[in-house]
Design a protein around this ligand. Structure first.
Ligand code: GDP
Ligand code: FE
Ligand code: FE
Length: 194
């Protein structure tokens, strides 16, 4: 199915709507994640259009002000515990409500992959894994870790999820940052594949 099937807009009509919501750098990033998601979808036999659209939309809410996220948590009666976190957790977990409001996206599989693209989950669908990993290996990311993650993602998606999660948890712990409980659940479920 094409992007238009899911969102009522062709790609060329959707791009300016996304671009208007973010910096040029972040827009380049989402285009990179779209490309990486399409290529992982081919590699692992998933719908390339569905993966590409999820990649394109995954950071749609990243530049939404904190007050707007807090208002969305109230209006959709989400877990009040979420309010203790910040943009890093909100732009996915709460961002999906903004995407539904602004763009009318209703596909639950795409929405779920965007919801958990930062923190993962103990149980992840093929699309969830594609978006989680595509975000980490997209062409504009150029760390040594990124190059290693790309090689791993060619061999095993589960191993790539494990690699990314181990490094994210270590990165956060190194900086004494709080770790969202669902991130720890992802770590515990996938660490065996590392
Ligand atoms: P981006 O939106 O493309 O920058 O990538 P992500 O959505 O994957 O991650 C956004 C930020 O959230 C990164 O700086 C991660 O290190 C951070 N992050 C990932 N997991 C957690 C977590 O469990 N807790 C916190 N506090 N931050 C996290
Ligand atoms: Fe993100
Ligand atoms: Fe991202």
């Amino acid at each position: 199915m094409t992007y238009e099937h899911y969102i009522g807009l062709e790609r060329s009509e959707l791009l300016p709507k996304i671009q208007a919501k973010m910096s040029a750098k972040r827009f380049r990033h989402v285009l990179g994640v779209e490309q990486a998601a399409r290529s992982l979808a081919e590699r692992y036999h998933y719908d390339t259009e569905k993966a590409g659209l999820a990649g394109l939309l995954h950071d749609y809410a990243k530049e939404l002000p904190d007050v707007d996220f807090l208002a969305l948590i109230d209006s959709y009666q989400l877990d009040p515990e979420l309010k203790k976190w910040g943009n890093n957790v909100w732009h996915g977990m709460v961002g999906i409500y903004k995407i539904q409001e602004d763009l009318g996206l209703r596909d639950q599989e795409i929405l779920r992959s965007i919801e958990i693209h930062t923190v993962g989950a103990a149980q992840m669908s093929l699309l969830d894994k594609i978006i989680y990993v595509a975000d980490y290996i997209e062409p504009n990311r150029t760390l040594t870790l990124t190059e290693e993650a790309r090689r791993i993602a060619e061999q095993s998606l589960d191993k790539a999820v494990a690699f990314e999660t181990v490094h994210t948890v270590a990165h956060l712990a190194q900086r004494a940052q709080p770790i969202y409980p669902q991130t720890i659940a992802t770590y515990n479920a996938f660490v065996k594949y590392f």
